[in-house]
Structure formats: structure tokens, C-alpha cells
Design a protein around this ligand. Sequence first.
Ligand SMILES: Cc1cc2nc3c(=O)[nH]c(=O)nc-3n(C[C@H](O)[C@H](O)[C@H](O)COP(=O)(O)OP(=O)(O)OC[C@H]3O[C@@H](n4cnc5c(N)ncnc54)[C@H](O)[C@@H]3O)c2cc1C
Length: 480
Amino acid sequence: MTTTIVWFRKDLRLHDHPALFEAASIGKVIPVFIWTPEDEKAYGESEPSLWWLHHSLQAFQQRLDGMGIQLLIRKGNGLEILAELAREFQADAIYFNDRFEPEHRAKDVETVELLRLLGLDVQTFNGNLLFKPDSIKNSKGDPFKVFTAYWKKTLEEYVPVPLPAPDLQGIEETTSTLSVEELGFPFRKNWSDYFHSIWKPGEQGAIEKWEEFMEDALLYYETERDLFATESPAVSMLSPAIAAGDISVKSMWHSAKRVMDASSLPAVQNSVMSFLRQLAWRDFAYYQLVWFPQIVNQPLLTYFSLFPWNGTAEHLERWEQGKTGYPLVDAGMRELKKTGAIHNRVRMVVASFLVKHLLIPWTEGSDWFRKSLIDYDMANNAMGWQWVAGTGIDAAPYFRIFNPIAQSQKFDPNGNYIRQWVPELADLPASHIHKPWETPPALLREANVQLGLTYPRPIIDHSTARKRALQAYNELRKKE
Ligand SMILES: Cc1cc2nc3c(=O)[nH]c(=O)nc-3n(C[C@H](O)[C@H](O)[C@H](O)COP(=O)(O)OP(=O)(O)OC[C@H]3O[C@@H](n4cnc5c(N)ncnc54)[C@H](O)[C@@H]3O)c2cc1C
């Protein structure tokens, strides 16, 4: 009987796990998780993501324990540990799902080659994307640069049917394993209570959340997903689970599609289609990460490398701490700090504010997001920032500048979101909460707001900032 080591990485789940499924179909399985700090420099500084990983790993270990299977947890060099385990257990094969971050791709090629030299059957699978990035190309054989064309092409392809959780046979003998705590992920322990009240890491939590979302909010996704100020916006909030691989996007795709196929209502069909499109945007982010790996820290539109970024360190600090004097921006940045996440529209507003109002390089913002997000995902974060900054290959043009006041008035008309995250403005009426600096002194007094003391004055005037950004952009275009 074949013994296969299955190397778990960003895919801590049993359902639709191609490497696990194939290994289980040919014999015994030895599940292994290896934490290699030098390979995880980006994620290793994302404390909220490490909080998620810690708890997701615990949930996975408990699940396997319940099936009588031991998850081996190790810290160190992946290749060396896999080779040692293969010797120890006389394994025949090592299977794992692909990762697509540039440093992982390079390392995986080497790992596969060297393990094969030891006589092992080593195979890799696509577990985390709808489509492998090298499988989708335009008619000339080149990578797509525009999402709509990419999306159209993927709609002609078939997303592989998700695989069920397999029956597992483990090995009889056990070996020593680290505990999850011994991995020593450096996240703040005092987060735990609050984070646990809003997040449920692990496969089970992800599946429950997905089922709840499909029964209700998915049906309104098209029209209500941008309404971040309502009590429960029509979004899934599954991004940390997707980023950690607790849930399979292929499973989500097929189950959402079944909802669409079962309904004749155009509103439901449009909503599901709009959701599937977002899953495809995620794939497109990985597609770009593979074809244009410089997306992480260089503008894909190369002429932006000459852009006159001249924002200040003080402004960056005020943005990070949610003290810009623009209530929506501050609410978003404070929510990020407290919960590790913010709604997509608010991400766009705060990102645009940093890059366009404050003229601070988008890489500073993506770095802050990397360290602060619970759903940090190298591909999505880089694409999101390049999209907002106008530096990406398929991005909002630079001259489209989000107006933080108008966005706030449109999507949070009663100021509920601001009241929740900027409590010092909570007593201002809805008519003034979006622009406290234009509020009559008597109203400010009544609401206990002292501008410059209890709440900052705006860091920069909106129309001055807008003009300054457009001027900088026009100068750049002249140089091009
Ligand atoms: C500046 C910026 C940075 C971002 N950084 C990240 C990041 O680090 N990690 C991350 O997962 N997402 C990132 N996003 C994309 C998006 O904001 C989040 O995926 C979304 O807010 C997650 O909420 P949800 O799970 O409720 O999404 P839903 O609307 O329920 O969508 C379901 C899933 O589709 C994918 N998705 C949705 N919208 C997008 C999008 N615009 N781009 C790519 N994938 C999408 C996500 O995996 C998401 O979980 C970023 C966006 C911006 C503008």
C-alpha cells in the first residue's frame, strides 16, 4: 500500500483538496504542516493573518484528531523536513497543492526536483484557484491584461468539479509533533476575545458562513454589496477563510452556480453572476502575480515610477491611525485596526485618499494593509492597490479620485458607520457628521466636538488635494 505525505499549506481543509484526495485514493496519508519563517516574510509580519492561521491550524488538527489521524506540525526548512519524514515513514510519495507567490513558486520547483531525486513520487495540484494561471491565454498565446477579456475567456472554460472530503487512512505509528502554540506566531494575545466574537477560523466555520450567505445575502449581492453601513452588508466576509484556504473557491463557484441555475429570477441570476465575477477577480489577481510578479512592489504602468510622490511621514502616520479629519477615512482605518478587515468600498476610499489626497506611494499603503489585514493576500492586496492608484494594467484611471465626503454621504447617509468607529463624532446629526469642519459652532458644542482637540481638522482641503493630484498626474503624462 502506498504511503503519501500530504503537505498542507494555505489549504487547511478536507473538502476539495486535490492533493489529499489523490493521496487518499492510493493508500495511507501522512498530513504535515511546516512553518518556514524565512519563506513567509510577507505573511509573517501580518499579525492578524497569523492569528487566523493559528486558530485555523488548531481547528484542522482537532478535526484530524477526531478521525484518529495525527497532523504533524514542524518548523524549519520545508525540503529538509519533507525528506526526513519520507525516510522516517518510508513514504513513497509527497503531494501538495500549488502556491503562487513568486518566492514559493521558485522554491517549489526546486523542492519537487530534489525530492524526485530521492526516488519519491512528487505531485502538485491546483487547490486554491478556479483556473491555473498558465492555462488561460489570449488567441496569440499571450497573457490577458484586461479583466473583461479574461473573464469572457474563463466563462468558456469549465471550473473543475470540487472533490469530496476523502475517507482517510492514517499510519499506525506516531511521531512527535509541535503544538500550534510552539510555532510561536507573534500576534497580540489580547486580540483574541474580540476577534473570536467576529471571526471563526477553520473549515467548519467557513462552510457555515458560506451556507448562511448563500441562503440570504447572495440573492441581493448585486444591488446591496456596496452598502457597508447597513447592519449586515450583502457580502460573504469569507476573505480570511479564502486567503487561508479554509474553504475552496471551486466549491463556492459550483454551489453558487447551482443557486443561479435553480432560479428563473433575473435579480438572483445577476446577483450570483456578480459574485462569481468577484471570485474571478481573485483568480485574476493571482494570474497577474504569476505573469507580472513585479505587481507586488512596482507600478505595472511603468511610467508611474516617475510620479512625484511627495506626501509626508506625518500624514502617513495620521492615515494609519485614523486621524485624517475625514470621518469616513478615519472610520475605515480604525475598523481595520480593531477587526483586521474593512469592506471593499471603504478599502477603495481609504486607499485613494492616501495615494491621491496625500500623494503617498501606494506601496506604503499596501505595506500597512499587509501588516493589518486578517485576510492579507499578496495577490489581492497588490492588485487592489494598483487598481486604486491607477498604476495597474486594468485599473481605475488615476484621474478618478474618490471624494471621501460624497462616498460617505452616499453609502452611510445616516452616519451609522462613522458613529460606530469614530465615537467622538457620534452626537453630530447626520446632516453634519460627514463634514464636521463645516458644522456651526453651536452644533459642535452640543455634540461635544472640539475640532483640533477631540477630533482633528482635515489634514488637507479636499478640492486643493484634488487639484494637486491632477496637476501631478498631468505633469507625469507630459514626461511620458
Ligand atoms: C486596496 C485594496 C486592498 C485589498 N486587499 C485585499 C487582501 O489583502 N486580501 C483580500 O482577500 N482581498 C483584498 N482586497 C479585495 C476586497 O476588498 C476583499 O476581498 C473583500 O473586501 C473581502 O470581503 P468579502 O469576503 O465579504 O468579499 P465578497 O464580496 O463576499 O467576495 C467573495 C470573495 O471574492 C474575492 N473578492 C471580492 N472582491 C474582490 C476584489 N475586489 N478583488 C479580488 N478579490 C475579490 C475575495 O476572495 C472575497 O472573499 C483588497 C481591495 C482593495 C481595494
